[in-house]
Design a protein around this ligand. Sequence first.
Ligand code: NI
Length: 404
Amino acid sequence: MPERKAERVAPAGLSVLTASRRTLDLDAHIVRSRAEHVDYDRVTRMQRWDVVHGLVAAMNAGPTGVGIAAPMVGVGLRAVVVTAGAEPLAMFNPEVVATSGPERTEDEGNLCLPGVRAPVTRPSEATIRWQSVNSGQYKTETFRGWEARVLLHEIEVLDGRMFIDDASKPPVGTWRPIDDLAGRSVAGLFGEGSPTRRLRDPLSLAVLRPKLLSLDGVLNRPAANVDLDGLGREHLRAIVESMLHVQYQHRGVGLAAPQVGLGLRLIVIDIGDGPPVVLINPRITDRNDEQEVALEGCLSLPGWRGPVSRSTAVKVATETVDGATVDLEFAGFAARVAQHEIDHVDGLLYTGRMDPEAELTPTDPDAVAAELVRRMQATEAAESRRTADAHRSSAASRPKKRRR
Ligand code: NI
């Protein structure tokens, strides 16, 4: 990366933003205080786009973000980026002018509180006024549905408010550091009362904090059945905890043992709507005829995603950590994740399920951020040209006015 020119270093320390692709963990810091108005005389156009670029990169570092507010990456400025609508939007100094429409209650989460969700009631329409990144021109627009919800959610972050403050029910899940999250999850799965034990090493194998492994054979062949008696409960526990750790660390929703180099029919799934699920020697016993196409990604193929058609519901026969055999039903997104992970233990990647004509799209945070920023810049430039044309044609047809 070329070195930055001295004059581009922001006086207010904005340069920290462009390097950051992580959202902050909450408590009592900048996320909970009121963000500052963006002064267009002080924050240059280039710096404003830097802010946008940093926000988009941070948002895309995880799989689920559709909106982000500058305080969430540690920058106390009134700026939000939202990709919930057809076009990505960057708003500076946004204000909610009015809300209308019937109120709706839906589950929300925030990148700063991973694992926490809560139902929030919001109006279904919101009229927002904001300044464009390029020129600071004011714009007012009414947004509806999901896009309105995401905007209201992000704009309240600028005032130090979080969705949990307005939740209609107590939040589900509690934010924890990843180590703690994996520890607690595994304690719950193994029926231990309080998660006092730390990750330890019964057989000095699984607790080597496995890393995601690239495509080197183990991912491309069917995995072996787990022999629970042979493996032993302690060892199983260590592997499951390690796998959950890797999954949480990479903000995945599921992980199969072959992805960390273990050729075992063992899967962890945590889509964030309840305790994690462990599948041992799982088999799909029934599936819904109805199929749905959606984009999938995989921690073993970082930086890409592609469209895959999957059954909308499946029944899975699986063993539990206690050795019982149970039938589990998965529907919707959980069904997609279960099918994706069971494919892994069969040695199949989602790319093998894609239509041969379909293409992979990049999800690399930098590539996605660069592309989104390019789109937003093009949109704003086109709007500036239209405005300039309108001014020219009206100037031609009326007496000259003094320029502002
Ligand atoms: Ni995968």
